[in-house]
Unconditional design. Sequence first.
Length: 148
Amino acid sequence: MMKVLVLNGPNLNRLGKREPTIYGNETLEQIMNDLDQQAKLLEVEIAHKQSNHEGELIDWIHQADDRYDGIILNAGAFTHYSYAIRDAIASISSPTIEVHLSNIYARESFRHTSVLSEVVIGQISGFGPIGYELAVRGLIHFLRGKNR
């Protein structure tokens, strides 16, 4: 069974309360529960973690290298300036997909830049919570194509 680590960065623990007109009313727990259900149907084992601390996310990325087939990362605001997270992704062999609930390119100009985009296999932006499922499906597709 494929194993995927889903990492959520700063302020995503505030989903459901934080700017619901942008991020919706679902909590991170609800989104992850829905993802777990979809992953079971896809025969994928999901582990998920959230942290507001850059170093903790980096440690989890490093640890994922030999434990998971891939990573789905919503790095939150770290997306736009964390070269440390970028370097952590570049240092591992597990493919990573970047996810954003909102369309970062339709928002403030500082959100238009992702320092992670050069080291991830793809980016999903603007589809809300279903973006996580799309990322799982994309990761499955990528890994199956890679193993042919």
